[in-house]
Design a protein around this ligand. Structure first.
Ligand SMILES: *Cc1c(COP(=O)(O)O)cnc(C)c1O
Length: 397
């Protein structure tokens, strides 16, 4: 062999990557339980290996439990939450279909974009960022649209910290003969998501928010009605990769090769869902609620307010209004470099107006609330403000 094949000699050899241990209190990813991380170090098996296939079945069963649904077609799409969003739209929408999308933040905006790319005629129902989509707005839009096929709502808007209630909207949507699609990326595992009780036709989520699993899979669920719509389309689904009719043969009974499932990611999801089941959904929701209440109590003592709509504020994502005169980017930078804490910035119209403090999954614990409050207090005081950090920590108790 000629030495010109020895490309290795030309490659730079870097040190192995060793990330710092951060406290992840932004909009996701959240911190991951040690057993979930450990599961990812397990040996690989093939994606059609009987032991893997059995594990896939367990994942489907546990996902039905987490979504509180009996939907047969409940499984993780290979890809992040946004892949779950695409999955729902590409399978249910054909060119010319009329779709109503609630837009009150980044993810509603993204849904409208995805629906448009599917050829849908999109009607946006908008609310100021930080506010919910009101049922009356959906009722009005349904009257304006000739043949509404689908109404899409973001349950927990991670970009603003608002939780839009589903039941009333669902009733309106179904009375109008349309299907309801829900973005439950940030809500699943952090607050009630009652798929069957709320009569949701299609839902997608993600792994790295309140399920506390690394990013990489998008749990989805389609009702039998939604499956029927996907099965009886006039045109083939334009995405081969996300076509539920093909995916059904791999995740269903047949186990036909479609694509190679990300084996390790599925190990992680299996373990993360096992932890959710072990803790119990109600206990887990309560834990998120308590962590958020504690954070708010502390923030109040520090003179800081939640920016999202009163009565509809998320537990798992707290939008903190930035006080006048504070260099908000510097606060985030110091959080990260001096305290190893990641918090999120505001996006779009909320850029420079809010910090986003996530209390998702494993991260939603009182000691973490105290850590972030004392770091924030110290940083603000270093900048010359007089923040009662001790009082805030007492209020947390
Ligand atoms: C994070 C998020 C998404 C997108 O998920 P990715 O994993 O980033 O692709 C969609 N919707 C909501 C509400 C989210 O919080």
């Amino acid at each position: 062999m000629s030495s010109s094949y020895n490309m290795v000699a030309h490659m730079h050899i870097f040190a192995a990557f060793t990330p710092p241990e951060r406290l992840l209190m932004g909009p996701g990813p959240s911190n991951v339980a040690p057993s979930v991380l450990k599961s990812m170090a397990n040996p690989l098996v093939g994606h059609l290996d009987p032991v893997f296939v059995k594990m896939m079945d367990e994942i489907k069963t546990m996902l039905r439990g987490a979504f509180l649904t009996k939907n047969d077609m409940t499984f993780p799409v290979s890809g992040t939450g946004s892949a779950g969003m695409e999955f729902c739209f590409v399978n249910l929408i054909e060119p010319g279909d009329e779709v109503i999308v609630g837009v009150n933040g980044v993810f509603g905006t993204r849904m409208a974009e995805v629906a448009t790319r599917c050829g849908a005629i999109v009607t946006k129902v908008e609310a100021p960022w930080g506010q919910i989509i009101e049922a009356q707005q959906i009722a009005d839009a349904l009257k304006k649209v000739t043949r509404p096929k689908l109404v899409a709502i973001v349950h927990a808007e991670t970009s603003t910290g608002a939780l839009t209630p589903v039941p009333e909207i669902s009733k309106l949507v179904h009375d109008a003969g349309a299907m309801l699609l829900l973005d439950a990326v940030t809500s699943l595992g952090g607050c009630p998501v009652l798929l069957d009780e709320w009569n949701v036709d299609a839902v997608y989520s993600g792994t790295q928010k309140c399920l506390s699993c690394p990013p990489g899979l998008a749990p989805v669920s389609l009702s039998s009605r939604a499956m029927e719509v996907a099965r009886t389309r006039k045109n083939k689904v334009q995405s081969w990769y996300l076509d539920v009719n093909l995916l059904a043969s791999y995740w269903g009974e047949e186990r036909v090769y479609h694509h190679t499932a990300p084996i390790t990611m599925n190990y992680a999801l299996h373990e993360a869902l096992r932890l959710v089941a072990e803790e119990g959904l109600e206990v887990r929701w309560k834990r998120h609620e308590q962590a958020s209440r504690a954070l708010k109590a502390g923030l109040e003592v520090m003179g800081l307010k939640i920016a999202s709509q009163e009565g509809h504020q998320l537990w798992q994502l707290n939008a903190v209004a930035i006080p006048e005169g504070v260099d908000e980017a510097n606060v985030r930078k110091r959080m990260l470099t001096d305290f190893n804490i990641e918090i999120g910035a505001g996006l779009g119209p909320l850029k420079g107006k809010i910090w986003r403090i996530g209390l998702m999954g494993e991260t939603a614990r009182i000691p973490n609330v105290k850590t972030v409050l004392s770091a924030l207090g110290q940083i603000l005081n270093d900048a010359g403000r007089k923040t009662d950090t001790d009082g805030a920590l007492q209020a947390v108790q």
